[in-house]
Design a protein around this ligand. Structure first.
Ligand code: MN
Length: 130
């Protein structure tokens, strides 16, 4: 799993920093974006296997960006994991409906986070959330 490219899309600086550090120490190749437009620009040259997608973003939100990517043949196989503010059922449903392959709730559980990512990377196929 080490070295796998991951894109983090998150507008909250402390969350972005935390997630970036947690994944960098695991050896992943990390790129970050703080909004959808920046992510789209990065994706012209960076091909992540997994995207961590904050749902609440300024401008185009994470749900819209997920729908956009999942409807694009170039990106529909990229694993997209929503970062949701709370374990809100509505958020989980919305993430799933938009095409997210799973979700991780914030605040990030530092101990569990790395293995969650490994679990999602090991999944070859897009499946239901549960
Ligand atoms: Mn946000």
């Amino acid at each position: 799993m080490a070295g796998e490219p991951i894109l983090i899309v998150e507008d909250n600086p402390s969350n972005l920093k935390l997630v970036k550090i947690l994944l960098t120490v695991e050896g992943y190749e990390i790129q970050t974006a703080t909004n959808a437009e920046e992510a789209i620009e990065l994706l012209k040259t960076f091909r992540p296997r997994l995207i961590l997608m904050d749902l609440q973003l300024p401008g185009m939100d994470g749900l819209e960006l997920t729908r956009k990517l999942k409807s694009d043949p170039k990106f529909h196989k990229v694993i997209i994991i929503a970062l949701t503010a709370y374990a809100m059922k509505r958020d989980e449903e919305k993430a799933s409906a938009a095409g997210c392959d799973g979700y991780i709730t914030k605040p990030i559980d530092v101990g569990a986070f790395p293995s969650e990512i490994v679990k999602y990377l090991k999944k070859n196929k897009v499946g239901p959330l549960r």
